[in-house]
Design a protein around this ligand. Structure first.
Ligand code: COA
Length: 257
């Protein structure tokens, strides 16, 4: 049971590993993921993160049902808050997170993918929110993030029926951006992360923050924020380097300053 972090240059690859339970989250595994989210958020050498699951069968099969089954409301609340803390941590991280969904992403597994900025999947992936079949509502962000991502009608169907979607349907509704054969998933997700990592970290972080605001504030307030980050970008080395490099017909080397 662990959450491993590997580095590939400026990209961090985070692997949820609890193979005996399809990478399902018990409290220890949740805390480990939260710790990694916090560590990576404060590491300025990390410019993009890929989140995936150990093996080829599961990204994460949700919250640990055996641990949950005996919880009372107070314990369930703490368990729910831990899941929310991870979602909030990924959302407020300066780096974009890409979920590489390498198999089942059910319940809390789907919600961790939803908390990421971008999702890609393997051909054998299946995504769903089966909580209602267990007698509970989704509790780690699914009721809020799924409708924002795929629209209220499809989200309602997923959250109310518990139906699992195969990768091609997830692609069609925009739940994932791309589908790859299993062996090509991680290389493609890492390549996308490297492309992000090569861009200006200052501009990438500002863009992530502005996009996240789009679902929280009225349009006028979001546009005010965008106007501010756009203006402030012209006080960064990254802006000077990016535009100088364009004029000099070379690749920019961004410092994040
Ligand atoms: N919590 C705890 N253990 C889980 C788990 C979960 N969410 N999901 C899978 N596991 C365990 C199984 O109990 C099994 O353990 P065992 O070998 O000790 O019996 C092991 O992982 C393998 O799962 P299994 O069900 O045998 O594999 P499968 O290929 O037949 O089915 C799933 C895979 C993912 C479809 C099925 O395990 C499943 O539906 N899991 C629950 C998903 C869910 O409802 N998640 C939301 C929770 S809120």
């Amino acid at each position: 049971m662990a959450v491993h972090v590997e580095r590939d240059g400026a990209v961090a690859i985070v692997t949820m590993s609890r193979p005996e339970a399809m990478n399902a989250f018990n409290t220890e595994q949740l805390q480990a993921l939260l710790d990694r989210v916090r560590e990576l958020s404060s590491d300025s050498t990390v410019r993009a993160v890929v989140l995936t699951g150990e093996g080829k069968r599961a990204f994460a099969a949700g919250a640990d049902i055996s641990e949950m089954s005996s919880k009372g409301p107070a314990e369930a609340r703490r368990f729910g808050e831990l899941g929310h803390a991870i979602g909030r941590g990924i959302g407020s991280a300066p780096q974009p997170w890409i979920a590489a969904v390498n198999g089942y992403a059910l319940g809390g597994g789907c919600e961790m993918a939803l908390a990421c900025d971008i999702r890609v999947a393997s051909e054998n992936a299946q995504l769903g929110q089966p909580e209602v079949t267990l007698g509970i509502p989704a509790g780690w962000g699914g009721t809020q993030r799924l409708p924002r991502l795929v629209g209220p009608g499809i989200a309602a169907e997923m959250l109310l029926t518990g139906r699992r979607l195969k990768a091609d349907e997830a692609l069609r509704i925009g739940l994932v951006n791309a589908v790859y054969p299993s062996d090509e998933l991680l290389p493609n997700a890492t390549e996308m992360a490297q492309t992000i990592a090569n861009n200006s970290p200052a501009a990438v972080t500002a863009t992530k923050q502005a996009m996240r605001l789009a679902f929280d504030v009225p349009l006028a307030d979001g546009l005010t924020f965008e106007a501010q980050i756009f203006a402030l970008a012209f006080d960064t080395q990254d802006q000077k380097e990016g535009m100088t490099a364009f004029a000099e017909k070379r690749s920019a080397k961004f410092s994040g300053e």
